[in-house]
Ligand binder design. Structure first.
Ligand SMILES: [Ca+2]
Length: 128
């Protein structure tokens, strides 16, 4: 049942994206690019990884999260955003406080040992 609800949500999301893409007046080249993006944009989550090579503990976040939880707190060394994500912001403290870094969707980031954001993240905001 939970799975079905998740699937219907994705279908509704896709209908919204396709609908807005069709109503825009853009050159054929842009439309073509947009369609390719839509194809890969079924997911809209951000995954945080314990290790900079995308291994170790992983947790997936699909909406704004005021606190990522004790298990993942201050542990993140890499992150990947699905193509359904427009932008996402990682915050030093819970409740979206402290220093932050905003990255674009459909991308990944690695925090090396000397990076000020390494093993620091405590909350996440996701913009679709
Ligand atoms: Ca923190």
């Amino acid at each position: 049942m939970k799975r079905f609800r998740y699937l219907s949500f994705i279908v509704i999301l896709l209908i919204g994206i396709v609908g807005s893409a069709c109503s825009s007046k853009e050159s054929p080249t842009v439309s073509k690019l947009k369609k390719q993006t839509i194809k890969n944009s079924s997911a809209h989550c951000v995954t945080l990884y314990e290790n900079p090579n995308f291994t170790g503990k992983t947790m997936k976040f699909c909406q704004d999260t005021v606190y990522i939880g004790d298990e993942m707190n201050d542990l993140t060394s890499a992150a990947k955003a699905d193509c359904g994500v427009k932008k996402f912001t990682l915050f030093e403290h819970r409740d979206y406080e402290g220093k932050s870094i905003t990255l674009s969707g459909c991308s990944q980031v690695i925090f090396t040992d000397d990076d000020p954001f390494n093993e620091l993240i405590s909350s996440v905001k996701i913009q679709r």
